[in-house]
Design a protein around this ligand. Sequence first.
Ligand code: F0G
Length: 451
Amino acid sequence: MDSSWYKPFKIKVVEPIRLIPRAERERKLKEAGYNLFNLRSADIYIDLLTDSGTGAMSQAQWAAIMEGDEAYAGSRSFALFHETVREITGFPYILPTHQGRAAEHVLFSCALEPGKYVLSNTFFDTTRANVIARGCRPVDFPIPEALDPESDRPFKGNMDVDALRSFVAEKRAEAIAMIVLTITNNTMAGQPVSLANVRAVSEIARAHGIPLFVDACRHAENSFFIREWESGYAEKSPLEISREVFSLADGCIMSAKKDGLGNIGGFLAMRDEALFVRCRERLILVEGFPTYGGLAGRDLAALSVGLREALEIDYLRDRVGQVRWLAERLRGEGIPIYWPPGGHAVYVDAGKLLPHVPPYQFPGQALACALYLEAGIRACEVGAAMLGEEARFQFVRLAIPRRVYTREHLEAVVTALIRIAGKREEIQGMRLVAGEGPLRHFLARFEPIED
Ligand code: F0G
């Protein structure tokens, strides 16, 4: 059988969805201030806003939930969670949190000295905001090829090692508090990072005594790409590859809402005992006792199973394969997308699809609204609305929830985008009428610009 048709699960529980009529979609969108975050999910047919916390759990995860131990301290579910994270990451000191940004907050408030630089391949928006909130200066070092959405090369999520080396030499190691490697690199179109790159960054970090942390939300997808693309890894399991990645770092932060296959959850893990002791104290203040950290015992139990399932090769082949299938279909239809596709999403280049809409009229926002009007599909703008004038691209991210949608659903997305491309001149730009600050896109309001 053609492996592209292999699906390693079948459906046991279904959630009804429906497409509301176009006139209603027009009204709802207007009421939402043309911001898709303001829509109710009941008014959405296919929701590709994020892959975070939106996945379907397996029967093994639901069974684990029933066995969740809700003891305040020392629960059995925490012991299982700890053992799983320890096995995957190899880090001895582990603290659960309610999601990724809480792990960032706890780690940065204990590990970063205000005024210093924190370097990354590219920071995710909450990670960057947490660095700034600590009084530090985030700096991104993507490789130059990543800035070309069409350059067909592997591992466009890599950190620019030469630029990193020069920066460390110029500013001196004392001025740099930490290096954070985001794998996969969400803000850079979900591109993976190679093991060779992790190793090179790790060597620089170790040579200068700079702590290296991995932002590991999508480490399993990243390991799948290493297995496929990097020589010497084809026979290794994703678990072995992830372990090798973590062995090169001093710790990690993780949103388990992605490759933990959970609807909520996260953690931080590290080797340094003194840092752990500080983080543990902080955790009690902002999240909870160290054996639950903002989660119910049942959440920890579900994550203990989900973190392992996300590393299964059949699961990953299906997962990354589904994203790739959508990307190839869209590219085949002439829809401009970031190439090659990453692990969790397809990024449509709205700047290219709508060349008549200049960046200051938010082509990504215009396209995301058009997609909702056309077929009730919700996607996420990653361009001038989210990132302001610093936006390098005008993307609309089609993030694929894990184990949720079928090929038919994705075919509806392709059809909608083909229709929109066919009448692109009719799509108007947007004007921002309310919203400011680095996280403005969550609450901003827009208006279409009438000619
Ligand atoms: N780091 C990365 C790379 C992320 O993609 C996210 C979340 C976080 C940290 C924060 O984790 O949401 O659990 O607090 N990304 C989601 C997204 C929200 O849609 O890409 P969190």
